[in-house]
Design a protein around this ligand. Sequence first.
Ligand SMILES: [Zn+2]
Length: 481
Amino acid sequence: MIHFLIDGWSKHICQDLIWSCYEIGLRLGTPFLIDSVGAEIAADQVVVGYRGPAAVGGVESNRYLSLPVALSDPVEEMPCGHREVSGRSLWIPRETSEPDVISGVLHLLRFFHESQIGDHERDDLSRIPPTRHPLAQAGFFIEPLLDNNVEYLRARLSQWGMDIPPPCPWGKRGEYAVCLTHDVDGPRLHTLFALARSAIYALRGDRFERESAELGLLSWLMRRPDPYWNFAHWQSLEHGLGIASTYFFHPGRVPGIRRHPRDPRYETGSPPFTRVLLELRGSGCEIGLHNPINGHSLAAYQSAKEKLEKCSAGEVSGCRGHYWAINWKDPLASWRGMQQAGFSYDASMSPMALGLRQGTLFPTTPSGHWQALDNGDRFTVFPTAVMDSYTVPRAAGTDHHFIDQAMDRLLKSVIQRRGILVLDWHVRALSNVGAWQGYLVPLLKMLKTLMEDSQCRFLTLEQARTHWSRYAKDLCVGIMA
Ligand SMILES: [Zn+2]
């Protein structure tokens, strides 16, 4: 067992440091205890110390690893960046000789790496275009920087004989988790709006949308099935592979939520949707909320959740923002609101390109910032590293070679660290025609690789959350604050 000692800090910083050690402990994968009060420590205990300016007394343990401390108060003023240390890319405070991995982890957890991005660099939904993101600009979108800080600590511990094998959060040793998810945006082409939309793009010269418009009109006139209505096809594909996925549905009209022009147009309470919601639930899939763009207040979270639960006759425990549009100037505030509304997790953390927005291949627990981590009621955030359009060269604005390399590196890292890979494929993308031509092949390629690997474990996001939560409970022996 490891004993994290973080005494001598003001209360304000202490809570965040406990959170940072908690995330590190879970990634190390060995039982740990976090102590911020400086309780008595037995001489034979492994102690990892990150002691503040007001810490008093020495540490008796003869296995005491004192970590370098670069942190000052307030935390916000500590600039961090990337540095190569012993062959690893770490995210640590600049201008320090020894790497302060605890501060580096906290910096990423608190999104300080994004705090310098001004309004003029963000889009109209406060999102950061991927080319503007500091991690992308440094060439580290694919690199698990936060997890690398933990690997550095693992290596330090191993130097004095404490060998800790990689973590085992998903069941059997060696397993990594994959969650297939579907955002339900525009799942019908046979509507006046969808046909007109495709036709307008076609008139502007988009040959893929022209195909959509022609196919939509033709299949509608010939009374053929709607090419974008693919729920049954997804189900048969996934049943065949023995996996269940998570669907994020827009709630439709909700009193108090102003519809944004880019929100999906369907009404979740109407018959084809209520029918499909029940079918999906019946087949073991999970239903989550696809938050409307203007639906990011506590009241909006509550009423949208309530409506979708009513329409789908079951609990909705997770969500993901449509257009990833949570409040990216203060994501912790968005997550706190989601937790207050009764959600257990969010899957909106995407850098809007292939990659890792916070440098981690594991879930994070942002509620560590605002509440005690040992009270059981935690809120989890899943990184979504891969979305359909990021794997299609014409949509991602890059080439096949770059995409293949990035996907390869992501998968290798997930396997090596035993992390989690969240894939997001829109329901309509399975049609693989018109505007969505080429969207299916990258997923099929990926699924083929994963199916051949016995260490891959497919889970719905809620199942992954349950695993992660149990794992955390087993590993975190106690927090003395
Ligand atoms: Zn969406």
